[in-house]
Design a protein around this ligand. Structure first.
Ligand code: GLU
Length: 487
C-alpha cells in the first residue's frame, strides 16, 4: 500500500462534544499520515448534528489541538474546498437531497409511529424476549414525508454482509445487524449514520479510520451504500488506546486528559506525534524515535495493530527528551527563552548572555519545557542570576564543623583563582587546573565542597569548575569573598 496515489482522501470527523483527548487526536494523526504519505487529501469535518451533546468551544479546541500538532487539513473549517462547508450543520440541504433520492427509490419512509406507539412495541418485544426491530413494523402505505416525522431508512435486502477491514481483514455480520434506522430526525438534522455516509461520498473519502465501536454498525452503513448504488470506502478500524497498565481501555480517570494540557506542559509537537503514532502502530523494526518526515515515510495502514498500547507518560517523556536532545543548540535556546519565569528574568544578574551559558545545563535536566519552571521554583540554577543566600553550615565539608579550616581553604582557592587570567576561565577543564593540585593535596571534598557552595549556595549543583567558568573570574571571587566573610 505504499505507492503514491493522488486520489487518497482521508478525514477526521470529530463531534464537538468536549475537549480533544489522546484517542481522538491519534485517529486524526493516522488519517493525516496516510493522506500525506500518499500525496492525498486530509479533511477536517465537524460532525455537529447532535445539538444536545454539543459543548461550546469544542470546535475551536479541536482546531487548536490539530494546529498545535501540525496536522494541517486541506479542506475543512478555514480551508474552503469543493464540498462547500465542512461543518455538518451547514450542509442540511445536501442531506435532504440524498434523503429525497432514497425516498424516490423507495428506500426511505416517514416514521408511521409516534414515540408512544413505538414504546408500546418496544415493551412488547422485551416481554417476548426478542430484539426490537423497526423493520418488522413497517406499514404498507405510509404518508409522504413532510419533515415533521423522522425519516427512516428501509433496508433494501436482508442478508449477511462481508467486508474487508484494512486492519482486521475479513469481517461479516448477518441480518440481525440490519434495521431501519433514522436518516433525518424530526428536528431536521440528519443522524450520524446517515450524514457521515453522505459526506464521505460527497467528499470523495477513500479511507475511513475510526474506533472499534463502529464495527457493529458497519452492516447498516453497507446497506445504505447499497441502496444508493455506491461502493463503500476502505474501513480501517483502529485499536483502542489502553490505560497505562495496558490492561483496560483508557478512561478519563486514567489520564485521558485535555490534549492542550500537553501543550501547556511543554511537549514538542513532533515528539508528541511520535508518541501517538506508536500507540497502535509500529513499523516492524526497533526504531522508536521518528521525525515527522520519517513517520510519514514509514506509516502504513497494513501495520496498524489489533491491540493498542498503554498511554504511558514515562515513555512520552523519554521520547520528548530524545527529541529535545536532537534539536540544534540555538533552537533549544530559543524555546528555553519562552519558558524562563518572569521572577527569574527580573533578577539583578539575569541576562540572555548568562542564560546562553547555562542553557545546556538546564536542558540536560528536563523532560519537557514545563520542567524549567519547576527547576527554578526548587531553587535550581537561580544562583546564576543572583547572589545566593545560604546558612554558614552549608559550607562545611561533611561533619567537619570547622569554620577556621573552611575559611583557610577558601582563602587559598581565592588566591589561586586570582592569579588566573580571564582566559583560564574559558571552560571548566581549563579553570580546573588552577585549583586541582591544591585540592588533591588538601583533600578534594575539603576544598571543592565549600567552593561549590560559595558559588551556588546549594548542596546540589553542577561541579565547582563548571560554576567558576560560567560565573567568570570577578563574580566567582566576589562570591568566595562573601563566603569567607560569613565564616
Ligand atoms: N463523529 C464521529 C465521532 O466523533 C466520527 C466517527 C467516524 O469517524 O465516522 O465519533
Amino acid at each position: 500500500m505504499s505507492e503514491k496515489n493522488n486520489n487518497i482522501v482521508t478525514r477526521f470527523a470529530p463531534s464537538p462534544t468536549g475537549f480533544m483527548h489522546v484517542g481522538g487526536v491519534r485517529t486524526a494523526l493516522y488519517a493525516w499520515l496516510w493522506a500525506r504519505k500518499n500525496n492525498g487529501t486530509f479533511i477536517l469535518r465537524i460532525e455537529d448534528t447532535d445539538k444536545e451533546r454539543e459543548v461550546e468551544g469544542s470546535i475551536l479546541h479541536i482546531q487548536e489541538s490539530l494546529k498545535w500538532l501540525g496536522l494541517n487539513w486541506d479542506f475543512g473549517p478555514g480551508a474552503p474546498g469543493p464540498a462547500g462547508s465542512y461543518i455538518q450543520s451547514e450542509r442540511l440541504e445536501v442531506y435532504k437531497k440524498y434523503a429525497q433520492m432514497l425516498i424516490d427509490k423507495g428506500f426511505a419512509y416517514a416514521d408511521p409511529y409516534s414515540e408512544e406507539e413505538l414504546e408500546v412495541l418496544r415493551q412488547k418485544a422485551e416481554e417476548e424476549k426478542r430484539p426490537f426491530l423497526y423493520r418488522e413494523h413497517r406499514k404498507e402505505s405510509t404518508e409522504a414525508w413532510d419533515g415533521t416525522k423522522p425519516l427512516r431508512f428501509k433496508v433494501p435486502t436482508l442478508k449477511r454482509y462481508l467486508w474487508q477491514d484494512a486492519v482486521w481483514g475479513e469481517l461479516s455480520a448477518g441480518e440481525e445487524a440490519l434495521d431501519d434506522f433514522i436518516l433525518i430526525k424530526s428536528d431536521g438534522y440528519p443522524t450520524y449514520n446517515f450524514a457521515h455516509i453522505v459526506d464521505d461520498i460527497e467528499m470523495g473519502v477513500t479511507h475511513v479510520m475510526r474506533g472499534q465501536e463502529f464495527i457493529s454498525s458497519t452492516p447498516k452503513f453497507l446497506s445504505l451504500y447499497e441502496a444508493l448504488g455506491l461502493d463503500a470506502p476502505v474501513f480501517a478500524t483502529l485499536p483502542p488506546i489502553m490505560a497505562p497498565d495496558g490492561k483496560k481501555k483508557l478512561s478519563k480517570r486514567d489520564g485521558a486528559k485535555d490534549l492542550l494540557e500537553y501543550k501547556q506542559e511543554g511537549y514538542l509537537p513532533d515528539a508528541f506525534i511520535n508518541f501517538l503514532a506508536l500507540l497502535g502502530w509500529n513499523p516492524g523494526t526497533d526504531q522508536e524515535i521518528f521525525t515527522r518526515e520519517e513517520l510519514i515515510a514509514s506509516f502504513d495502514i497494513a501495520k496498524i495493530q489489533h491491540s493498542g498500547a498503554g498511554l504511558n507518560e514515562e515513555k512520552l517523556n523519554w521520547i520528548n527528551r530524545e527529541h529535545i536532545k536532537k534539536l540544534p543548540t540555538d533552537k533549544q535556546f530559543q524555546i528555553l527563552l519562552q519558558y524562563i519565569p518572569k521572577d527569574i528574568t527580573s533578577l539583578s544578574q539575569y541576562s540572555e548572555e548568562m542564560l546562553r551559558k547555562v542553557a545546556h545545563l538546564i536542558v540536560e535536566r528536563i523532560e519537557k519545557w514545563g520542567d524549567v519552571e519547576k527547576l527554578f521554583a526548587e531553587g535550581d540554577f537561580v544562583y546564576f542570576f543572583t547572589q545566593p543566600e545560604y546558612a554558614k553550615e552549608t559550607l562545611y565539608w561533611k561533619d567537619e564543623q570547622d569554620s577556621e579550616k573552611t575559611k583557610d581553604r577558601l582563602s587559598q582557592v581565592l588566591k589561586l583563582i586570582e592569579v588566573g587570567s580571564d582566559e583560564s576561565f574559558k571552560d571548566a577543564e581549563t579553570v580546573k587546573m588552577l585549583i586541582w593540585d591544591y585540592a588533591n593535596e588538601e583533600g578534594r571534598g575539603q576544598v571543592l565542597w565549600p567552593t561549590r557552595v560559595a558559588l551556588s549556595g546549594r548542596e546540589k549543583s553542577p561541579d565547582p569548575f563548571t560554576l567558576l567558568s560560567i560565573l567568570g573570574k570577578q563574580e566567582s571571587m566576589s562570591r568566595i569573598r562573601k563566603a569567607i566573610e560569613i565564616l
